[in-house]
Design a binder for this molecule. Structure first.
Ligand code: NAD
Length: 397
C-alpha cells in the first residue's frame, strides 16, 4: 500500500462543485506534434469538471483506494505545522500543481524518507529541488503538453490586452464611464510590431503559430534552434541570445522553464536595453524576471505594460508589489488550469500513477528526473548543478 499526498488549491469560495458555465468540453485526442493525450486505463471524472481543487481530488480517490492505496488531499502547505509537511515524511508519492505549488526544497526532500515519485499535475517542475530529487533517487514527472496550448492561448490574449489597453478600458465601463480619450491614449495595434518569444518549446511554438496571422514580425530565441522548415512555416527568425531579442522587440513573450540559466533573465540591465514602451508577457515562471526591476520599469514608463499569471511565492502575499504596480494585467496562476486543461492533466496524473504502481515505464515525454539524473523532457529543458538549488523551490526572490 502506498500513501499518495496531493496538494491542491482550495475549493471555490461559494462551495464545490461550482455551477458550470458549459455542459461539455471538446474532445481532443492528439497534441499538435501528433502525440496522444493521456491514456490511462480509466478515469473516474467527467471531463469539464473542476478537478484541481481539494474536493476535485484530480479524480483519483476511487482508483487509488480500490487498489489499496491511501490518498491524502490538502491545500494546507506552508510551514512545519501544515498538513503537507506533517504528512510528507510518510508519503510515497507527492502530487502538486504549479498553481498552488508544494515547494519540495532540499530540506523537505531529506525528511521525506519514503518519497519515490513527485508528480507535477501540469507542467513546470521547478518547485521541486531537482538536485535533491536526484540525490535521493526520486522520480519527477509532469504531464507534458497537457496545458501548453491553454497557456499559449492566454499569452496571446494577454499580449492583446496590454497592447490594446483592454483592461483599463473595461474598467471605465464597469465604473459607469465613457471616457474614450483615456481608453485610447494607451491603445495601439499589434499589427506591424516585433514580437519576440523566449524559448520556442511547446508553448512558445504555439504562441508563434497563433500570432503569425496578426502580421507581426516574429523572432525567437531558444536553446535548440528549430529546423529550417519549421521556422519557415512559422515565419519566425532565430536570434541566438536573449540580448539580441530584447533590444529589438515591441513585445517579449517568455515561455522558458525556470532553472539557473533563466533565473532573473529579465533584470534591470536587460530591460534597460529594451525599447521604451515595450511590453512583457510572462506565463512561464515569476522568477524568470527580477520582480523589483519590473516594478521600477513600469513606474518609470520604460516598460509600457507587464502581464503574467506566475508569481513567487504562490499564493502571492496581499502586499506583493505586482498587485499594485501600474500598467499591469496580472492574474492569479490560472492559464494552465482551465477546465479543459484539468481534464488532460488529471488523466495524465492517473496514467503516471498506473505506470508507477504497475512497474511499467512512464512515458519519456513525462519524465523530468529519474535514476539520479535529468531524464526525458527534463534533460532537454532544465539544467542542474551539484549543490545548486533549483530556483523555483527555494526562498530566494
Ligand atoms: P517545453 O519543455 O516544451 O519548452 C521549454 C523550452 O525551453 C524547451 O524547448 C527548452 O529547450 C527551452 N529552454 C530551456 N532553457 C532555455 C534557455 N535558457 N533559453 C532558451 N530556451 C530555453 O515546455 P512548455 O510546455 O513550452 O512549457 C514551458 C514552461 O512554461 C514550463 O516549464 C513552465 O514553467 C511554464 N508553464 C506555465 C503554465 C501556466 O499555467 N502559467 C503552464 C504550463 C507551463
Amino acid at each position: 500500500m502506498a500513501k499518495v499526498l496531493a496538494v491542491l488549491y482550495p475549493d471555490p469560495v461559494n462551495g464545490y462543485p461550482p455551477k458550470y458555465a458549459r455542459d461539455s468540453i471538446p474532445k481532443i485526442t492528439h497534441y499538435p506534434d501528433g502525440s496522444t493525450v493521456p491514456d490511462p486505463e480509466g478515469i473516474d471524472f467527467t471531463p469539464g469538471e473542476l478537478l484541481g481543487s481539494v474536493s476535485g481530488e484530480l479524480g483519483l480517490r476511487k482508483y487509488l483506494e480500490s487498489h489499496g492505496h491511501q490518498l491524502v488531499v490538502t491545500s494546507d502547505k506552508e510551514g512545519p505545522n501544515s498538513v503537507f509537511e506533517k504528512e510528507l515524511p510518510t508519503a510515497d508519492v507527492v502530487i502538486s500543481q504549479p498553481f498552488w505549488p508544494a515547494y519540495l526544497t532540499a530540506d523537505l526532500i531529506a525528511k521525506a524518507k519514503n518519497l519515490k515519485l513527485a508528480i507535477t499535475a501540469g507542467i513546470g517542475s521547478d518547485h521541486v529541488d531537482l538536485n535533491a530529487a536526484n540525490e535521493h533517487n526520486i522520480t519527477v514527472a509532469e504531464v507534458t503538453y497537457s496545458n501548453s496550448i491553454s497557456v499559449a492561448e492566454s499569452d496571446v490574449m494577454q499580449v492583446l490586452a496590454l497592447v490594446r489597453n483592454f483592461i483599463p478600458a473595461h474598467e471605465i465601463v464597469t465604473e459607469g464611464g465613457w471616457n474614450i480619450a483615456d481608453a485610447a491614449s494607451r491603445s495601439y495595434d499589434l499589427e506591424g510590431m516585433t514580437v519576440g518569444v523566449v524559448a520556442a518549446g511547446r508553448i512558445g511554438r504555439a504562441v508563434l503559430e497563433r500570432l503569425k496571422p496578426f502580421d507581426v514580425k516574429l523572432i525567437y530565441t531558444q536553446r535548440h534552434q528549430l529546423p529550417e522548415d519549421v521556422e519557415k512555416q512559422l515565419g519566425a527568425t532565430f536570434v541566438p541570445d536573449v540580448k539580441d531579442l530584447a533590444k529589438v522587440v515591441d513585445v517579449a513573450v517568455l515561455c522558458a522553464p525556470l532553472h539557473a540559466q533563466t533565473y532573473h533573465m529579465f533584470d534591470d540591465d536587460l530591460i534597460a536595453t529594451m525599447k521604451r514602451g515595450a511590453y512583457i508577457v510572462n506565463d512561464s515562471r515569476g522568477k524568470l524576471v527580477d520582480r523589483d526591476a519590473i516594478v521600477r520599469a513600469l513606474k518609470s514608463g520604460h516598460l509600457a505594460g507587464y502581464s503574467g499569471d506566475v508569481w513567487y511565492p504562490q499564493p502571492a502575499p496581499a502586499d506583493h508589489p505586482w498587485r499594485t504596480m501600474p500598467n499591469q494585467a496580472m492574474i492569479p496562476h490560472m492559464s494552465g488550469t482551465s477546465l479543459s486543461a484539468q481534464a488532460r492533466y488529471a488523466a495524465g496524473t492517473r496514467e503516471i500513477l498506473e505506470d508507477f504502481f504497475e512497474n511499467k515505464p512512464i512515458r519519456p515525454a513525462y519524465l523530468i528526473a529519474k535514476g539520479g539524473q535529468l531524464a526525458g523532457v527534463g534533460a532537454k529543458s532544465y539544467t542542474v548543478k551539484k549543490g545548486e538549488e533549483t530556483p523555483g523551490s527555494g526562498e530566494k526572490e
